[in-house]
Design a protein around this ligand. Structure first.
Ligand SMILES: Cc1ncc(COP(=O)(O)O)c(C=O)c1O
Length: 345
């Protein structure tokens, strides 16, 4: 039983955190009486409308259980099986989705492009698209960008525009993996529309889980034409929740009074404190710390001793660097406790 009660907050992942109070309250509110299933309920309508308001456009919105499904099903919608998808070599769709994008698109190939700090190098897009134009090679169709990136870095509005323009000129559609889109909006202080449809993004996978939801991500099609029959795709893939109100109500909780942005800004702020503490302890930081992730370069011995002190974090995201991820519920005390243990080592 003891392990069930383990409650210490950690730096392993923002999806290790619990449900934020706003999402939890909305879940409880939704848990009254009966409501129609499969998205026909008022909570789902409200959540979709709040997302439309947030992005200031009449987008198509769907709710699915997780980010892998959101990414894979969107990419499958944007591609035929003989197409290919360009993404950064560290992209989650390549490194952490068990081939789901290829599986759900019936074989569309993922092509990897390099770039510093987890960001796609615009010059590499053209190189990759033009490298092969013969019938024997899968035709490039989509550019997939992750915002914030797997390294916690950001594409500025101008960088996004340059990338999407390059993509358009090459006949590519643009997908954004926004598992941590909220952290990007909070850090860049730019409106959601400026970082998506106004910057040339066709479809966004808007992450909820890492922002304090119990479960679920939203799929947002700015190009409504691309959403055609997406509801069937979700159903076939087992992603149409029968009790949909419990996927959508937490979105209402997060969005109706701006909690989504407050929580993301808080997580970013905790990472900034952690970064400052690490730097003053002489620890090298591997990538520019721009959002809620800090990548720290520490000797194996130090890592082992931190683990002995009970700290959990990933070392498999970027060549042995320690990924320290802050969440909506990370506190200054958590940061100071970690730094104190590091200091004692
Ligand atoms: C960049 C990125 N995309 C997507 C996801 C969503 O993955 P999941 O299917 O675990 O919700 C994650 C989760 O770690 C992620 O970091």
């Amino acid at each position: 039983m003891e392990h069930l009660l383990q409650t210490r907050r950690q730096f392993a992942s923002d999806n290790n955190a619990g449900i934020c109070p706003e999402a939890f309250a909305a879940l409880a509110e939704a848990n009254q009486g009966h409501a129609l299933g499969y998205g026909e309920d008022p909570w789902t309508e409200k959540a979709a409308n709040l997302i439309r308001e947030l992005f200031e456009t009449d987008c198509e919105v769907f709710f699915v259980f997780n980010g892998t499904a959101a990414n894979s099903l969107v990419l499958a919608s944007l591609c035929q099986s003989y197409h290919s998808i360009l993404c950064h070599e560290a992209a989650h769709i390549e490194t952490a989705e068990c081939g789901a994008p290829e599986f759900f698109s019936n074989g569309s190939k993922v092509l990897l492009v390099p770039g510093e700090n987890g960001k796609v190098d615009p010059a590499a897009i053209e190189g990759m698209v033009k490298r092969r134009t013969d019938i024997h090679y899968p035709k490039p169709r989509v550019l997939s960008l992750t915002q914030t990136t797997e390294m916690g870095t950001l594409y500025s509005q101008d960088e996004l525009k340059a990338l999407t323009q390059a993509a358009r000129e090459l006949g590519l559609r643009v997908h954004m993996d926004g598992a941590r889109f909220a952290n990007a909006v909070a850090a860049l202080e730019v409106s959601p529309k400026e970082l998506t449809w106004k910057a040339g993004v066709d479809a966004l996978c808007f992450g909820g889980t890492k922002n304090g939801m119990p479960v679920g991500d939203a799929v947002v099609f700015f190009n409504r034409e691309l959403a055609r029959e997406f509801d069937y795709r979700c159903k076939q893939a087992g992603q149409l929740a029968s009790k949909m109100r419990f996927l959508s109500a937490p979105w209402v909780g997060l969005l109706r009074d701006g909690a989504w942005l407050r929580h993301a800004a808080h997580a970013n702020e905790m990472a900034s404190l952690l970064e400052a503490g690490l730097r003053s302890a002489g620890v090298e930081i591997a990538f520019p710390r721009q959002t809620n992730a800090v990548f720290a370069r520490m000797p194996d011995e130090t890592v082992a001793r931190l683990r002995k002190c009970g700290w959990q974090f990933y070392t498999n995201v970027s060549q042995g660097d320690c990924r320290l991820m802050c969440s909506w519920d990370t506190t200054e005390t958590d940061v100071n406790d970690f730094l104190r243990d590091l200091g004692s080592i």
